[in-house]
Design a protein around this ligand. Structure first.
Ligand SMILES: [Zn+2]
Length: 461
């Protein structure tokens, strides 16, 4: 993997200089959060620690999405003086991506990445690959602008006027943008903005058609959560006019939608005397079956996808590299699928397949083990040490990890084990804690979480 480059940045606002790591390769398979960071304008976003001024650095990076066969290079004009320099930088980036790929994934699109001069245009290409059209983007921007006007309006009367003049734009899409902004304001601790957004939301829930529909949907869901029975689900479905709300109810109430549920529904249909209501209930039965089938088909497709990944791992020449790239997909469902394949192979007496599947199992287990936080691995090593001398050696070998937070973890283990009556384990942990205290480095280097950007407004270079 490419080494982490650091940049020295001078704040254009207050001239303060500071260092920050540079991102050069964004690979959505290796780092599933990369796409969200790109879309949020956070890639190589420099936030001045002194004044909070934020701007995106004009340094090249490559964005790689192997599923969509996207290799996109951000190459701002400032990044290279000559065409030659720029071509070389592009080549270096795409070769760096290639080197992390197993042989079978090295495809020709990587040799010829698309180049973008602005961050914005690269983002648009990524969205386009998701089926987001320029018209949809414009609609999104219009709604964001409208939200800004709501925030600027100081009285409820002004806000009501904006509602009346923009009925058409106040759709579910607008509510989604509103929710996202609420989450963001909350996460950033912008209480004032959060408060005003909540006021706008309350007004919209009451005074727009979509708002009333969404309010009804959340009431229906709450009612089902409060009383998760087949009867309640049936009542709610029968009285709900909005098909989208019914679909949400069925999805949430899926465990209740079984043979008994359909029996109850059929009984209701049979005992109904009003012809119109009876037809409505019959249509509802069709609808529930359709949605249930859809949910099941999705679950089957997920299993199929895991089977495909398993076959790829079995046939790849570099299974470890492939597994590392697809690590996020190696979840519980994958392990279940793998385990049941091993069972079938065993029952069929297919020794060769079984042993290849076992190799995949061991590989996956090893990679998952690597994901365990190092503090927990150290704790396990300590608790497995046969005697005090072994414990001391483990601690010595890991002395940089003996931070305040690790000591606090050990203290919690001691307390937990005492509370559970596991005296022997508790004593061992207490001994490790004592030893660790004497060996703790004088100036522990605690990892600090990254600072949050202090401004909402992002400047795109
Ligand atoms: Zn500054």
């Amino acid at each position: 993997m490419a080494q982490q480059l650091m940049a020295r940045v001078t704040c254009p606002n207050c001239r303060q200089t500071f260092g920050m790591p540079l991102e050069q390769i964004l690979d959505v398979e290796m780092d599933p959060s990369a796409k969200a960071r790109l879309l949020a304008g956070q890639v190589n976003l420099a936030v001045c620690p002194a004044c909070g001024f934020a701007s995106i650095l004009e340094v090249p990076f490559i964005y790689h999405d192997p599923r969509k066969e996207l290799a996109l290079v951000y190459m701002p004009m400032a990044a290279g003086r000559t065409d030659m320099e720029r071509q070389q930088a592009i080549g270096t980036l795409s070769r760096a991506v290639m080197s992390t790929l197993p042989q079978e994934q090295r495809k020709s699109y990587l040799l010829n990445p698309q180049v973008f001069l602005t961050y914005e245009s690269l983002v648009n290409r990524v969205l386009e690959a998701d089926g987001v059209t320029p018209e949809m983007l414009q609609a999104q921007r219009d709604r964001a602008d409208l939200l800004k006007r709501f925030l600027e309006a100081s009285t409820p009367e002004e806000r009501m006027t904006i509602i009346q003049e923009n009925e058409a734009m106040l759709d579910e899409n607008f509510f989604r943008i509103l929710s996202l902004n609420l989450e963001q304001a909350d996460a950033m601790g912008l209480t004032d903005v959060f408060q005003r957004l909540m006021e706008v939301r309350a007004l919209l829930l009451e005074h727009t058609a979509v708002g009333r529909k969404l309010a009804a949907r959340s009431r229906a869901l709450q009612a089902l959560q409060a009383e998760p029975t087949r009867e309640k689900l049936l009542d709610l479905l029968a009285e709900t006019e909005d098909p989208a709300t019914r679909a949400v109810l069925i999805t949430f109430g899926q465990p209740l939608v079984d043979y008994l549920f359909f029996q109850k529904l059929t009984r209701r249909i049979e005992s109904e005397t009003d012809e119109e209501t009876r037809q409505r209930l019959e249509a509802l039965r069709e609808e529930v079956m359709g949605i249930r089938e859809h949910i099941r088909a999705q679950a089957r497709e997920e299993v199929q996808a895991k089977l495909r990944l398993l076959r790829e791992l079995l046939t790849s020449e570099q299974p470890e590299l492939l597994a590392r790239r697809r690590l996020v997909e190696l979840d519980d469902l994958f392990l279940n699928v793998l385990a049941s394949e091993m069972e079938s192979a065993q029952q069929a007496g297919d020794r060769e397949t079984l042993s290849r599947l076992q190799e995949v199992w061991q590989l996956v287990m090893r990679l998952l083990q690597e994901q365990v936080p190092p503090e927990l691995l150290l704790l396990t090593q300590l608790m497995e040490s046969p005697d005090e001398e072994a414990m001391r050696q483990v601690l010595e070998a890991n002395s940089p990890m003996l931070t305040d937070s690790f000591l606090a973890l050990l203290e919690r283990v001691v307390q937990d084990m005492q509370a559970r009556g596991e005296e022997e384990v508790a004593q061992k942990a207490a001994r490790a804690l004592e030893l660790a205290r004497t060996m703790k480095p004088a100036q522990p280097e605690e990892k600090r979480p990254p600072q949050r950007p202090s401004g909402l407004v992002m400047v795109r270079g």
